[in-house]
Design a protein around this ligand. Structure first.
Ligand code: AMP
Length: 280
């Protein structure tokens, strides 16, 4: 595997490749990330991964400084997966001068849910992803459904800018007890780690309740959201949101109809903020 930090060197290495399959990450790789590498291999060749902890998408007071950085272990995992190039730029490579041009996703998608609780988050994500796409010029890129809203925003960005590439969604990989794998799980204490699967369980209960309602009535859905939130609060969590939304646009289901739904949640357990989602 070639490990490259310089944009020009990356371009030289990938010259003539027009089927590259790309997986952007922030590193501290786990089985969730590795499943994306395997999916990438099915959709293109060579597989290119990136590791970059993107300062632009962290708000003040968030965990940019403490975000786990485990480059040596990550490299060994990517070697095993047969990744051809790891693009691991330093900040000075990707942002040699302040990144003043930024991608601003539409408010109705970028400022809700994660965007409401992490202002500017999706501007940072879209900007770095656009720049990484420009460096790698892949024909395919893989994103996890774990970050459901992010996947939707990137898909629409690619469509709106007519980027000549396909975005492939990957299913969420979970620990045996149901907790979605995440680099941030390493922040959890032993007791918190034992409690953490409750987030997913709460979503499961909510899903069953929605299904037993039949055609969804927005008022009833709101009441179910509230109940789920209270259940988590009672266990010591601090939920940012638990939201039942339409899969197609993440908006609140408008009327009684059978549009496919998804439940999205973000909640703090101690100092650790976890997110998860479940399609109904
Ligand atoms: P991150 O390193 O957290 O920026 O994630 C990089 C990519 O891996 C994103 O597309 C995530 O959605 C995806 N990802 C993170 N956790 C998981 C997981 N548990 N299962 C599947 N994909 C994941």
């Amino acid at each position: 595997m070639k490990i490259i930090s310089d944009i020009q060197e990356l371009r030289a290495q990938l010259r003539g490749q027009n089927r590259a399959s790309f997986v952007p990450t922030m590193g501290n790789l786990h089985e969730g990330h590795l499943s994306l590498m395997r999916l990438a291999r099915q959709y293109g060749d060579p597989v290119v991964a990136s590791i970059f902890v993107n300062r632009l998408q962290f708000g003040p007071g968030e965990d940019f400084d403490s975000y786990p950085r485990t480059m040596d272990a990550d490299i060994a995992k990517l070697e095993k997966e047969g990744v051809y190039v790891l693009f691991a730029p330093h900040e000075k490579d990707l942002y040699p001068e302040p990144q003043e041009y930024r991608i601003n996703p539409p408010q109705q998608l970028g400022d809700i849910l994660e965007g409401e609780f992490r202002p500017g988050f999706f501007i940072g994500v879209c900007t770095v992803v656009m720049k990484l796409f420009s460096c790698v010029q892949p024909s395919v890129s893989i994103f996890g459904k774990k970050d459901y809203q992010q996947l939707m925003i990137i898909r629409q960005m690619v469509q709106q800018f007519a980027l000549p590439m396909q975005i492939i969604p990957a299913e969420t990989i979970r620990a045996d007890d149901g907790l979605a794998l995440s680099s941030r799980n390493s922040y959890l204490s032993q007791n918190e780690r034992a409690e953490a699967p409750q987030l997913r369980m709460t979503l499961e209960v909510l899903r069953q309740e929605i299904l037993s309602l039949g055609p969804s009535d927005p008022k009833q859905l709101l009441a179910l959201e509230k109940k789920a939130k209270e259940a988590l609060i009672a266990r010591g969590w601090k939920p940012d949101y638990i939201a039942i939304r339409q899969q197609k646009d993440l908006l609140i289901p408008s009327a009684i109809d059978s549009t496919p739904l998804v439940i999205l949640a973000a909640a703090k357990l101690g100092k650790t903020r976890l997110i998860d989602n479940l399609e109904v």
